[in-house]
Design a protein around this ligand. Sequence first.
Ligand code: HEM
Length: 108
Amino acid sequence: MTVIKINAISVAEGSGDELAHRFAARAGAVDGQEGFEGFELLQPTDERTTWLVITRWRDEETFQAWLSSPSFAHGHRSQSERDGGDAPKPVGMHSELWSYAVAGGSAG
Ligand code: HEM
């Protein structure tokens, strides 16, 4: 059964654009990962400063395998590092991993 793993990233006020920018330039390494079913980056539209990376996985095992894979490390290298440059300052001030299962809902 699909598992939902959410990385909740708090950014400093005004740093959201930079986070969006980094995701726009992401490595894409996760895309072919075994068990990966997709993700969305959610931007707060109220006064909150926590962005959510909602990822979906076939099961707990495939998510755990990605966490300790070279693909996870590569996907968390900035574009400038991937180009051989320095790491930019981290944009997230704090992050939490939330774990969910679908318990109900409707597609319509
Ligand atoms: C220390 C905690 C984490 C922080 C601060 C963080 C932040 C980021 C940032 C800034 C990026 C954009 C690429 C870059 O510039 O690095 C990224 C990529 C990504 N993050 Fe995280 N992340 C963390 C952990 C996680 C976890 C636990 C998950 C899963 C629930 C996750 C899911 C993703 C995904 C799916 C991508 C795209 C990777 C790719 O394209 O291959 N992140 N993250």
